[in-house]
Design a protein around this ligand. Structure first.
Ligand code: CA
Length: 206
């Protein structure tokens, strides 16, 4: 009898655990590989756009435009997340990705954080993390990425918030090439989504 109670108790706890972490309440697992690829794509493309426009100083309007563009890239077909993703540019120059359930471009109080993107200038990488402690990174192969104006503007903002260049040096990440998305994502979806992000007709111009 008491055994039966214990089993039922475990089942109940398991069910609550699954309900809270698996669906409602918390953010669902995200493919950080997709986030990383699309984030670097958006940053590189928008940097190129600014260069083309011969912009010499990044304004707030530029950052707002970039944020909208970045959101478009994240939500571009094929989708890799169950809800619309929103992005908020933080005072420390990190980006917070959140589940924008009502699709209004604002992180409302019931909308959970999904990922964050931080700039590690000392090691020339972007650190991309989810809320479960997984992280991967982006390192530019072409060089020049970290000397661009957009990244420069983000680094100034980071400095103004008191973050030192070496602050991220001890942060461990899984290399992008070694990162594997949570098992619920099929490899077919992953590869088609990646090619979609590269060739989805995204325009940096407005
Ligand atoms: Ca919202």
């Amino acid at each position: 009898m008491s055994n039966m109670k214990a089993i039922l108790g475990i089942a109940a706890v398991g069910f609550i655990f699954y309900t809270v972490l698996g669906s409602g309440g918390g953010a669902r697992a995200v493919d950080l590989g997709q986030v990383t690829d699309r984030t670097s794509f958006a940053l590189e493309n928008y940097s190129g756009f600014l260069e083309q426009k011969e912009v010499t100083e990044i304004s707030d309007a530029n950052m707002q435009e970039f944020t909208r563009y970045y959101q478009d890239v994240l939500n571009n077909e094929p989708r890799f997340y169950g809800e619309t993703l929103g992005v908020a540019y933080q005072d420390d120059a990190s980006f917070t990705g959140y589940a924008d359930s009502n699709d209004n471009g604002v992180q409302d109080s019931d909308e959970a954080k999904v990922f964050s993107v931080e700039l590690d200038s000392a090691n020339e990488r972007l650190i991309v993390s989810d809320v479960s402690g997984n992280s991967t990174e982006y390192r530019s192969s072409g060089g020049g990425f970290f000397t661009g104006m957009l990244i420069g503007s983000m680094l100034s903002r980071q400095g103004r918030s008191g973050i030192m260049p070496g602050s991220f040096s001890s942060r461990k990440t899984v290399a992008r090439s070694a990162y594997r998305a949570p098992s619920s994502f099929g490899s077919a979806m992953r590869s088609s989504a990646r090619s979609g992000a590269r060739s989805g007709g995204l325009s940096a111009g407005k």
